[in-house]
Ligand binder design. Sequence first.
Ligand code: ADP
Ligand code: MG
Length: 628
Amino acid sequence: MPKINVLPKSIAELIAAGEVVERPASIVKEAVENSIDAGATHITVEIQRGGITYIRITDNGCGIAGEDVPKAFLRHATSKIKQAIDLDSISTLGFRGEALAATSAVSRVEMFTKTADEDFGTHYKIEGGEEVLYEEVGCPDGTTLIVRDLFYNTPARMKFLKKDVSEGTTVSAIIERQALSHPEIAFKLIRDGKQTLSTSGDGKLASAVYSVLGREISNTLIPVDLAFDGVKVKGLVCKPVACRASRAYQFTFLNGRYVQSGTITAATEQAYKNSAMVGKFPVFVLSVEIPFETVDVNVHPAKTQVRFSDEKRVFTAVYNAVKNAILTGDTRPEISVTQPKHNTFLHMTTEQYRQTAVSLPVQETKPQPKVEIKPEPTKPIAEPVRLKADNTPFFLREEFKPNVPENKTVVDIAKEPVKEISAEEKTEYMPQQVEKEYSPKEEIKLIGEAFNTYIAAQKGESIFLIDKHAAHERILFNKLKSDHIIESQALLIPASVKLIGDEYSAVVNNLDLLAEYGFEVEDFGNESVMVRAIPAMLDKQDAEGIIIEAAKNLAEKGNVSLERIDDILHSVACKAAIKAGYITSDTERLNLAIKVLNDNEVMYCPHGRPVAFEIKKYNLEKYFGRIQ
Ligand code: ADP
Ligand code: MG
């Protein structure tokens, strides 16, 4: 029978150290947290060879009193908690009293530290857990911790370290998170003698984000700031159009600590639903504050996992905060017009310009043959429009019904030159609801439409180009979502539709839900369905197309029923919306522009494509050289 031994202290320390110190980054994380807990406003981290051979962390925090220094390196030695009850309300980053002990067990550690009250500081050295030096020294207030030769006494663990570069990158990631969660602290990171990060410590999150994530990302961010049901949510999130292909730029801080929280990530991503493209993820730096006693951070030694006592409350608060930020803070994507390079005569005097003109070779002017100008054959203004199966032109559909005065027809209005519509006329032309909701708002002037697809309108100091299909689709989608009533129309001849694998099962599994939204569909077996009725707003001729669209949308996403409803509404809105290329009248264009530009809910189509682009007058003036 094997004999049971009580392990010597040194071996027990090594085993415990394994939990806390996995790699250089773990040491850096713990040490920087200690500096933050010590109230430092400047923290400099220097590493060599990814931190494997050398780590130095210098802070200007409170320091450790001389007599306490050896104690700080003992296991379970901490100044941060005294009794078990304190564990329920942890406000400091550290609390387990393990980091210094664990670090010194597996490396050579040196510390210089001094409190403001002391005349002298302390110089302390401890290697493999054994004290080797303890002396008074002259040094500035604060603490410098130097860690050399990680795992020098545990070669087996050294083998698990990655290449220097990748260990260094992990250290950088730690510092980046710390810098983002503490904009009031000036951080510096020096890697192999080169400064790779420096934050100003001016207290502004935007400054820290600028230093860490760079200018390009910073420019796409909008502020979040909302307290909801006792949960404070603050930070920056990207505009939906700037979502990324990965989750690499997502940072969550809970009560000042970097955490990975599925709840907070899901709530944030949910707020982007129907605004961001499928498969893209938001960039965010969110700081969530909740009462300390409602969260358990002591789930994992690395303290990045957390448990909430009320998940739903946190989810709702984060969702509302982010959604609110997107609705109020998002602006339409801008088309930037850069100034052309060859504007030479802008920098010349008239005299200089004349001289260049004189020096140009004079071209002999030959008499031009006379060209007869034939008038272009006149085209009818209103080209044939695509009709719905019930013969209603799309522009007479309810949601687009222009308010045509009795003495005019729709074609008359289409022929009218584009003009600025006065306040009185507006009442005449616009549906009442639009007038009621938006008349306090800035005037919107229709400029025209290009390629029967892009409506150009002017509002304030900007021109907007609106994709009319995307815009109409979004407006219909919002309306369907808020009304939740879709009238059904029976098909005279039911349509049999063949679907493929996933799409077939997605439809068959959601027959009841489809029925609620105006679709009468039966499983016909053999991967086909029989469609007997579709929403009344859709073209009967296209029953097959709409079922295929709904099937595709349903098959693409998860299992949440709310999402499935959205998928069906997307499909209906997409099929019912006017298409690019259709002819629209000025009244319709203006109404669409008004709805789009006065409603921040109409920012992206339900698939996440932008509905409108903005061109600022200021940029145009720069482009044309009117201003410098
Ligand atoms: P913990 O942070 O969990 O308390 P540590 O082992 O990380 O445990 O640190 C032990 C103690 O040493 C801390 O409680 C703190 O009092 C002190 N300490 C460590 N680093 C610093 C520092 N940079 N500045 C001031 N005090 C420090
Ligand atoms: Mg600590």
